[in-house]
Design a protein around this ligand. Structure first.
Ligand code: HXC
Length: 521
């Protein structure tokens, strides 16, 4: 073969390669892409390109094809088998990611599709980098039968094995059914976008057939439902663009894996508009926003809230102190007085476990009247759910710093990372109230006879409330017995927290030998 002939055949091969590549990259074709875009959705490849740093995404397994022969599938070519997989960087951090392509068979998951995903998951675990999954899928590919179910099983297994080793982020960008929502449920953070994301185990069609009830996809499992009602979603955005910005920010707070600390930032003072001594009102009955307390103590007042729209009586999120990531858990007096209930306990417990797994110190801001009483809560399992927060704090071996700003009553006092659950440092402000219950309730119970037997029961009640308040509604009894390490002035708070975090950096505790504990799941 002459040199000309050789280079011609190389040219042909490259042309052939480019033609094949272009065809696959068109996914389900022009019409399907237009339908996707008309719904305000990006295509799978646009999504990974938007998420990753400029030109950093490298795609693999482009030429993978399914092997299904049933229901006419042998006649159907599914480009890339409906999923884009690869590696890239986000804010300079390496990540593995996949994006399901709804334009190809509704992003449904068959065996080849699943194998592409499990391959990139294996890479993420081996390389010790975060996994980001963009889900836009009708779930198990119906034509592939048990092979689709097998594929999901393999994904769930890997999600579980990777849990606590690498951060796993799920993005829901379409109608996601069945397995397409169970994998996200096993991951650490779930992102949804208004009007685009839908999550459900069984869709409206099945509900109509089985239960005879009509419900829209949006009302069943739309983004707002998942972010505000069910708590399945951790982040809510108005658009895909905003969602990707949120992920980029999250990635800066979390480490690549459980052996590597998250990247430090230059330390910064809180912004001048957040003054810790002005956050909490003098009147103990007046509410305020605990997020302002977090902002007043963290670097640049940058508190990155998680699950902001669900179980609002507790606040969780990341911040930096002295440039290093901390996890903040705070009761929210602005919502239900910051009580602990079923959802708040679930929300905090999961976050505490994430921070513990990834070596992120915990700062707890306490101001709450205790666990929420009532039939609804008891029947919803507040005993079981409430125990999760006790378990999570007790189990955590990362530095645990607690600040009691105002009220710390009853079981809530213990639950909110008290000394007794292993807090390394407990600080309280002079106005803190630490007791078994609020003065009113306490007086009614322990002085019942005196009150009912008095000539003026109400006057006696007030007298006894004051007596109890004077005795217990302060931090000094707890400090006297060493349950509080230091009573500090509000303006000293950041200094005390920074110092405590600094001296705890090398904390090491060992636990009894066991396979694993059994948390009250
Ligand atoms: C094969 C599917 C599919 C699926 C959608 N498609 N879901 N193909 N298997 N699971 C195909 C459609 O046939 C259609 O193909 C294309 O994708 C687009 O779907 P549409 O229905 O036109 O889109 P839309 O109206 O937007 O509705 C999206 C949807 C709906 C809500 C997701 O398609 C749907 O209800 N799908 C089935 C959902 C489901 O029940 N999945 C199984 C879950 S069980 P054409 O060729 O017409 O373009 C499961 C098991 C695991 O996942 C459980 C683990 C615990």
């Amino acid at each position: 073969m002459s040199r000309d002939q050789k280079s011609q055949s190389l040219g042909q091969k490259i042309n052939d390669f480019l033609t094949r590549t272009r065809k696959i990259m068109q996914g389900g074709g022009e019409k399907a892409i237009q339908k996707q875009q008309a719904q305000g959705k990006l295509t799978a490849r646009d999504r990974v390109a938007t998420l990753c740093d400029d030109r950093s995404f490298h795609e693999y397994d482009l030429f993978v094809e399914h092997n299904c022969r049933d229901f006419g599938m042998d006649q159907k070519s599914l480009p890339g088998d409906g999923v884009v997989t690869g590696t890239g960087t986000v804010q300079g951090h390496p990540v593995c990611c996949y994006a399901q392509d709804f334009t190809v068979a509704g992003g449904s998951l068959g065996l080849a599709h699943a194998r592409k995903i499990t391959k990139i998951m294996d890479h993420a675990l081996k390389m010790g980098v975060p996994l980001i999954g963009i889900n836009d899928s009708g779930g198990a590919r119906i034509q592939e039968g048990v092979n689709s179910l097998a594929g999901y099983g393999e994904i769930f297994y890997r999600n579980t094995m990777a849990s606590g080793v690498i951060p796993q982020i799920s993005v829901i960008l379409g109608p996601c059914a069945g397995g397409a929502v169970y994998s996200p449920a096993l991951t650490d953070f779930v992102f949804v976008v208004d009007k685009i994301s839908k999550m459900f185990i069984t869709g409206p069609e099945v509900i109509k057939t089985v239960l005879g009830e009509e419900i829209s996809m949006e009302d069943l499992g739309g983004a707002r439902v998942q972010a505000e009602v069910s708590g399945n979603a951790h982040f809510f955005a108005e658009s895909e663009q905003e969602c990707f910005e949120q992920i980029k920010k999250l990635v800066t707070f979390i480490p690549w894996n459980n052996r590597k600390p998250s990247e430090p930032f230059p330390a910064k003072a809180p912004r001048a508009e957040f003054k810790i001594d002005q956050v909490v009102p003098d009147d103990p009955r007046k509410p305020y926003d605990i997020r302002d307390a977090a902002r007043a103590v963290c670097d640049d007042s940058d508190f990155f809230e998680i699950q902001a729209h669900w179980a609002k009586n507790i606040v969780i999120g990341f911040a930096r102190m002295d440039g290093k990531t901390v996890g903040i858990v705070g009761n929210q007096p602005n919502f239900l007085a910051g009580v602990l209930d079923v959802d708040a306990s679930d929300k905090a417990a999961r976050f505490i476990r994430f921070c513990d797994a990834f070596d992120i110190p915990l700062v707890s801001l306490v101001d709450m009247p205790g666990y929420l009483p009532g039939v609804d809560q008891e029947h919803a399992g507040v005993i079981r759910h409430g125990a999760k927060i006790l378990y999570a704090y007790s189990e955590a071996t990362v530095p645990k710093i607690t600040l009691i700003l105002r009220k710390a009553y009853g079981g809530g006092y213990i639950a909110m990372c008290s000394r007794h659950l292993g807090a390394d440092f407990v600080f309280a402000w002079p106005q803190a109230e630490i007791a078994v219950m609020g003065p009113e309730g306490a007086a009614n119970i322990i002085f019942r006879k005196e009150i009912t037997g008095a000539a003026d029961p109400e006057a006696m009640r007030q007298e006894k409330i004051k007596e109890y308040q004077d005795k217990f509604a302060n931090p000094f009894i707890a400090a006297r017995d060493g349950h509080v390490d230091a009573v500090i002035q509000p303006e000293e708070t950041r200094d005390f927290l920074l110092h405590a975090l600094n001296v705890s950096r090398n904390k090491h505790v060992s636990r009894p030998d066991r396979k694993h504990g059994i948390p009250p799941f």
